[in-house]
Ligand binder design. Structure first.
Ligand SMILES: Cc1cccc(C(=O)O)c1OC(=O)C1CC1
Ligand SMILES: [Ca+2]
Ligand SMILES: [Zn+2]
Length: 304
């Protein structure tokens, strides 16, 4: 037997077929992608519905990952590759650490687990309970959200509580929109599989899912690290306003520069406005259309 870089196929959470970068070794195919310009790899594992990490490699005997219990593995692996390519092709960023770190995803974490998270070293996805969520790796915006938590951790380091925490959340939702430009919804492909047309959050209309969209509606609470998944509606609306005003490409360049050059662990919403304006000035000049678009985007949500 020998080792080889192989191309397999798989069926994702929504029943869609896709090509996969796999690896053959001693009679087994692995969800192990060595094709990217990184020092590490993109690897996908399964916790087999227990909760020890990172779990064992997702494997298959014939390189066709089409079993029902492989769907979450297929999408975690495929979308991790899409997110890697987005950061490399758009900003020349080589993985979340910009040094080619291995991207490890573990699926089938826990039982009926309605959650996905970056644990500081890797991504972890539950299967959902089939009512609130289906397998959470089944959507690019979820995978993009989670990997962006890792990027934020290695750049601005926005503390995960209060305003900096809500900003951390918003950066993840916003880059998910930059990657998945079909709408301004978060999680719609995996949220409430029995109900069509709904989502976990909306950047265009945060209030539709119980989030404020103006500073006047900021929620002071001790739950959820100070309401980081609630108050993110305010910077999310500012991001939506920015994209509507100056388009996706200028917006993503401004957001990436703000994240990597100006934002810091304790940055609040007002500091975010300043960071975005400084980035717009650097890239397009003060008084540019882009600069003015950013200014009005944040003024409209009551952040000055
Ligand atoms: C489903 C879920 C629960 C708790 C935290 C997160 C979190 O990662 O902040 C989470 O994942 C998301 O928000 C992704 C975008 C849908
Ligand atoms: Ca739904
Ligand atoms: Zn998050």
């Amino acid at each position: 037997s020998y080792n080889a870089v192989t191309e397999g196929t798989g069926v994702g959470v929504l029943g869609d077929t896709k090509k996969l970068n796999t690896y053959y070794s001693s009679g087994t195919y692995y969800l192990y992608d060595t094709t990217k310009a990184m020092t590490g790899v993109i690897e996908t594992r399964t916790a087999k519905n227990l909760s020890s990490l990172p779990g064992s490699y997702s494997v298959d005997p014939d390189d066709n990952f089409n079993a029902t219990n492989q769907r979450a593995d297929v999408d975690a692996h495929y979308y991790a590759g899409v997110v890697y390519d987005y950061y490399k092709n758009t900003f020349n960023r080589n993985s979340f650490d910009n040094k080619g770190a291995t991207i490890t995803s573990t699926v089938h974490y826990g039982r009926n687990y309605n959650n996905a998270f970056w644990n500081g070293s890797q991504m972890v996805y539950g299967d959902g309970d089939g009512t609130t969520f289906t397998s959470l790796s089944g959507s690019l915006d979820v995978v993009g959200h989670e990997i962006t938590h890792a990027v934020t951790e290695r750049t601005a380091g926005l503390e995960y509580q209060g305003q900096s925490g809500a900003l951390n959340e918003s950066i993840s939702d916003t880059f998910a929109m930059f990657m998945d430009q079909k709408n301004f919804l978060i999680g719609e492909d995996v949220y409430t599989p029995k109900i069509a047309g709904d989502a976990l959050r909306s950047l265009s209309n945060p209030t539709q899912y119980g989030q404020p969209e103006n500073m006047s509606g900021y929620v002071n609470t001790t739950s959820d690290n100070g309401g980081v998944h609630t108050n993110s509606g305010i910077p999310n609306k500012a991001a939506y306003n920015t994209i509507q005003s100056i388009g996706y490409d200028a917006a993503q360049k401004i957001y990436y520069r703000a994240l990597t050059v100006y934002l810091s662990p304790k940055s609040n919403f007002s500091a975010a406005r300043a960071a975005m304006l400084a980035s717009a000035a650097d890239l397009y000049g003060t008084g540019s259309t882009q600069y003015n678009g950013v200014a009005s985007a944040w003024t409209k949500v009551g952040v000055n």
